[in-house]
Design a protein around this ligand. Structure first.
Ligand SMILES: [Zn+2]
Length: 388
């Protein structure tokens, strides 16, 4: 059998065949008549491509569909084990990695301890090892991987594919991360802005399937993935969603970006931790402890976290007015603040005239894996563009 990527390359050169395959990919399981309704091809042409796709192992014939009088039609479905993709998220600050199959089942996920200050070459080789390990650990040969994608906490210059880091990551300036990882494999490796992949992961694997949603990730920095009218919004530099550097307090403290009063100065995890430690007069607590103490009702912790949440609400009001989302999903350790944080956000939005009937605010259930899952989904969809 030819390698799966060679078969896909050939399929991509044949738009008609790709459309037949994508019809089943969107349907999950379907009959030839259902494919006929979705593509502008004659029945004999569809049957020819279906036959080829079954022989190549992409589709499987699965029993019989409902008869509408005559012989019951054959049911066709995707062979989920025909192909796989891998996603990595860097900047959690750990690496997270996820493996999915052609049917978008999540086969495995893992977390690899990494520090933001580690040299890029070391982090890149950890990514390469992570890809190999998650594949071999799940019995997936590398020949069956259609692609991988890596989410990064900075913007990527598209012409050169070099990372253009934020001030927090000066040692990542101009790092060719895509090339460094890709040269170890036969499949394409994409690099994308982390929060852009997180919103894709949330939409595909999370609880909300809305076509208009925002995903806001609160960690070292604060990023936002924007999904409007069923599409990811990237911006001309592909850097849309830098909500952490929107101004919530004119003339406020200086941010690492050079502006004053950015959201990150008040509501990023390091900012919340600094304020919480000051108020509690304790240096031994982590951000996670602080969020949990606030949730458990510790008054001083609540004051520290509450202040940060109130600034976050200002940024949320602005983002909601700009993008009109049906749902806003929040991720990062802040979810450990539980109902205390969520209720404070909801109440804050209501004070600004934004109720639950206008926008649903949720915590991500994917935890630290939204980015890695979104990256895996991105790589899979890239192989079979147009998306399903
Ligand atoms: Zn800033």
């Amino acid at each position: 059998m030819l390698k799966v990527r060679e078969l896909i390359e050939r399929m991509r050169e044949n738009e008609a065949k790709l459309s037949v395959f994508n019809a089943i990919r969107c349907l999950g399981t379907g009959t030839v008549s259902q494919i006929e309704e979705r593509v502008r091809l004659s029945r004999p042409t569809i049957l020819k491509y279906v036959g080829e796709l079954v022989n190549e192992g992409f589709l499987i014939e699965k029993g019989q569909g409902k008869s509408s009088g005559g012989r019951p039609p054959k049911l066709l479905s995707l062979n989920p084990s025909a192909a796989f993709s891998i996603g990595i998220d860097f900047g959690a600050p750990n690496l997270t990695v996820a493996l999915i199959d052609l049917g978008k089942r999540v086969l495995d996920r893992a977390m690899i301890p990494t520090r933001l200050e580690d040299p890029p070459s070391a982090v890149a080789s950890r990514m390469v090892d992570a890809i190999r390990e998650i594949a071999s650990g799940n019995g997936v040969p590398l020949e069956r991987i259609v692609g991988a994608a890596v989410g990064v906490p900075c913007f990527i210059e598209r012409e050169t594919q070099l990372l253009k880091p934020i001030p927090r990551l000066p040692h990542w300036e101009d790092v060719p991360l895509k090339a460094m990882v890709e040269r170890n494999f036969d499949f394409p490796v994409f690099t994308e802005v982390g929060p852009h992949l997180m919103v894709l992961g949330e939409r595909e694997f999370g609880e909300e399937k809305a076509d208009n949603m925002l995903y806001i990730h609160v960690r070292e920095g604060i990023g936002m993935g924007i999904f409007v009218d069923g599409r990811l919004v990237k911006g001309w530099r592909e850097d849309a969603g830098e909500i952490g550097h929107t101004i919530v307090s004119p003339g406020g403290p200086r941010c690492i970006c050079g502006r004053r009063g950015c959201l990150e100065v008040f509501s990023s995890e390091p900012a919340i931790l600094k304020r919480g430690r000051e108020l509690m007069r304790r240096d031994d607590i982590t951000a996670l402890d602080l969020f949990r103490m606030a949730e458990e009702g510790e008054e001083v912790a609540r004051a520290g976290v509450g202040e940060a949440v109130d600034y976050l609400v200002i940024a949320l009001v602005n983002a909601i007015e700009l993008f009109d989302p049906e749902v806003v999903v929040l991720g990062g350790n802040i979810v450990e603040g539980g109902d205390f944080v969520l209720e404070r956000i909801r109440r804050g939005l209501e004070e600004h005239g934004i109720g639950e009937d206008r926008v649903r605010v949720r915590f991500s259930k994917l935890g630290i894996y939204a980015g890695a899952l979104g990256a895996a989904n991105f790589a899979l969809e890239k192989a079979f563009e147009p998306p399903c």
